[in-house]
Design a protein around this ligand. Structure first.
Ligand SMILES: *Cc1c(COP(=O)(O)O)cnc(C)c1O
Length: 402
């Protein structure tokens, strides 16, 4: 077997995009509409008979195409559609696939907004979601029936950092002709879900991929057939709901994408260092790179190892008060910011049970092990991680001594 290389990064490195004057960055297509020399050509484009022609920027735009192609290369899919947010990517995909009366099987530990959409919004259209523990394949199997349209999970769940067995889930999905949608937001480059059998891969670009916490964005990556259906002028969800990304933003995200491989390695290296130190100190820490993590072996089998186990780690402070105190202490000495979101150069921390996962009802949170004392930490690109460790440990000790 060929040795697995640094593939997702190589694919981006290999792209050659020149600007119209030979600029090393492609020119930004700052136009909503594009001129035609002949009426017939425009008609042909509307009929979908001409590749490579731009018509109107809600359909496609050269700048969004560049970014879309680059991320599709990274994810090894035939195509992609950029959206204005991660939620837009998720909702557009699900609305494209599901009709009234259909059913969804979803992981129970997903992003709060995704949970709320399936639990509270989709019933309006008579679409029902079964939330299960997707790390247990039998739970998925038990919910499959003739109405099941799709299975939904995250490569690494938010906020508990459980790792999905994409390979096994995709086998099950394929056997029943069900689409598997995977949200890869926490682990770009680390996982290539397509290679593991996923049909549709979604990212919130807002997080690691953009990495500068200045832009909200999303993407849907899939095969040509699904992407075409999304942008069908008569019936496509992306075309008709119109959740498009602006060309200026697409151009700036493309520039950040080029350093994603370096950033992911550093985020992972720092998070692994801290988690191992905390673990040996007896601090309650969740990190998929630790041997005691329930899916550590599984992750090793499915990941692109060069990029590590990701930049997210979770510390369980047991109570809400201790969690809040720890975050305030850490912010006070400039270890990072008490803020939601992830993938920034600076460490970001929040307590998921009363922020990003607060959409999940309290009894549900208890069921899935989402305790009130969890602090979710997106580890930054700190150069001196040993110094960070010492300061962070001091904060934890201080809070625990109260
Ligand atoms: C942030 C996030 C989303 C939503 O993305 P937005 O860009 O905020 O709309 C979806 N899934 C995961 C895993 C996320 O972390």
């Amino acid at each position: 077997m060929m040795k697995k290389k640094n593939r997702p990064a190589d694919k981006i490195q290999d792209l050659q995009y020149f600007g119209e004057f030979g600029g090393v960055n492609p020119s930004i297509a700052d136009s909503t509409t594009f001129t035609y020399l002949a009426g017939k050509t425009m008609h042909d484009v509307f009929e979908g008979n001409r590749e490579g022609c731009y018509l109107y920027s809600r359909h496609t735009n050269p700048s969004t195409s560049y970014l879309g192609q680059a991320i599709a290369e990274m994810e090894e899919t035939e195509g992609s559609i950029l959206t204005s947010s991660g939620m837009a990517a998720i909702t557009t995909t699900i609305l494209e696939l599901c009709n009234s009366g259909d059913e969804i099987i979803s992981s129970q530990t997903i992003y709060g907004g995704s949970f709320a959409f399936m639990q509270n919004y989709l019933p309006k259209y008579n679409i029902e979601t079964h939330f299960v523990d997707t790390t247990n394949i039998d739970e998925i199997k038990n919910k499959i029936n003739k109405k099941t349209k799709l299975i939904y999970c995250e490569t690494m769940s938010n906020p508990l950092l459980e790792v999905s067995d994409i390979r096994s889930i995709s086998k099950l999905a394929k056997a029943h002709n069900i689409k598997l949608i995977v949200d890869n937001t926490f682990t770009p480059m680390i996982f290539t879900p397509k290679e593991l059998g996923a049909d549709i891969i979604i990212h919130s670009l807002t997080k690691f991929i953009n990495g500068t916490s200045d832009t909200v964005g999303g993407i849907i990556c899939s095969d040509e057939e699904f992407i075409s259906s999304l942008i069908d002028v008569n019936s496509g969800s992306a075309m008709l709901l119109g959740p498009v990304m602006d060309s200026m933003r697409a151009a700036s995200i493309l520039k950040n994408l080029r350093t994603l491989h370096i950033r992911m390695k550093k985020h992972s290296e720092n998070a692994k260092y801290l988690s191992e130190k905390f673990f040996s100190d007896g601090i309650s820490v969740i990190y998929p790179g630790l041997k005691n993590h329930p899916q550590n072996d599984l992750m090793l089998q499915q990941m692109n190892k060069e990029f590590g186990f990701g930049g997210m780690l979770v510390i369980d402070m047991k109570t809400k008060e201790a969690a809040n105190l720890l975050m305030e202490e850490m912010q006070a000495i400039n270890l990072g910011y008490l803020a939601v979101s992830l993938g920034f150069y600076k460490t970001l921390f929040s307590a998921p049970s009363h922020s990003t996962s607060s959409e999940i009802p309290e009894n549900e949170r208890k069921n899935i092990g989402l305790s009130d004392g969890l602090v979710r930490i997106s580890i930054g690109l700190d150069n001196d991680i040993e110094r960070t460790y010492k300061l962070m440990k001091k904060c934890i000790k201080k809070v625990n001594s109260f």
